[in-house]
Design a protein around this ligand. Structure first.
Ligand code: MF3
Ligand code: CO
Length: 266
């Protein structure tokens, strides 16, 4: 069952998304060469507590931190560590979730630490454009498969590949509600999209090797969390919460000014 949010619930979720955005924006701006991902996690936890909200990831299925910090070939669920020092040119994705007043917010963005390489700018551009294409299909009366299909075909058309075992999701009273939102699918198939649904749409992409098939999958490391690309390529992960309205998709987690400031050149 896919929950439909009332106006009251949407007001709470909009405020939660705003709080989350402010924190994520600051974290991305602080991601500089010489900073450790452990430091970013401590800052995240401090800001989350100061905002009077609860970190949603910490303790979730035993996850040990407030944020996920996935560097270079790590796609998602990288665990912050004090000995993981960011280097010039690293590709860093930060994923963060909070809970307040019984409702969850979840968002991720990817930035380049220090001076960017041309191919990493393209990587982030492909992830962001895939997300935009998915968001554009989040329309009442459409089908879930329209969103998934739009993401998958775009990523493949750019010569990239995407995560298959990790998907987007409904969000609200739980961090993960129905439906699952895969990054590939069939247009016109799947649940009907309706006003009041809130979906976390989250493409996870990497550049495909010349002999890589679209079926090739991400792997999970022995720590049980960190997900990496099949051939060690660098990955990007972007996630937004999207509300389906009568007037089309509304991105609850619209980009905070600090996020834009953290990505000069984009
Ligand atoms: N943002 C992730 C998601 O959408 C959740 C991170 S998993 C956690 O599924 F364990 F870190 F919480
Ligand atoms: Co998510």
């Amino acid at each position: 069952m896919i929950p439909l949010k009332t106006a009251r619930e949407i007001a709470i979720m909009r405020e939660n998304a705003r709080i989350l955005n402010e924190i994520l924006g600051e974290l991305l701006a602080r991601a500089r060469p010489g900073v450790s991902t452990g430091e970013l996690d401590r800052l995240a936890e401090r800001r989350v507590r100061e905002a009077g909200v609860r970190p949603a990831f910490k303790g979730y299925k035993g996850y040990p931190a407030t944020i996920c910090t996935s560097v270079n070939e790590e796609i998602v669920h990288g665990i912050p560590r004090d000995d993981r020092i960011l280097n010039d040119g690293d590709v860093l994705s930060i994923d963060i979730g909070i809970e307040r007043d019984g409702y969850f917010a979840d968002r991720a963005d990817t930035v380049i630490v220090g001076r960017p390489r041309e191919e990493d700018l393209e990587l982030i551009e492909v992830a962001r454009e895939a997300l935009e294409r998915g968001i554009a299909e989040a329309r009442a009366g459409g089908r879930l498969g329209d969103i998934s299909h739009a993401i998958g075909v775009y990523v493949l058309s750019r010569g990239y590949n995407f995560a298959k075992r990790f998907v987007g999701h409904g969000i609200g009273r739980a961090m993960h509600e129905d439906p699952q939102v895969p990054n590939y699918g069939t247009p016109g198939k799947g649940p009907r999209l309706r006003e009041g649904m809130v979906l976390a749409i989250e493409p996870m992409v990497w550049k495909a090797e010349p002999d890589e098939t679209p079926e090739e999958e991400e792997r999970v490391l022995a720590d049980g969390w960190t997900v990496v690309t099949p051939r060690g390529q660098r990955a990007a992960h972007v996630e937004e919460m999207v509300l389906i309205t009568a007037d089309g998709p509304e991105v609850l987690t619209a980009t905070a000014p600090a996020v834009a400031a953290a990505r000069p050149g984009l």
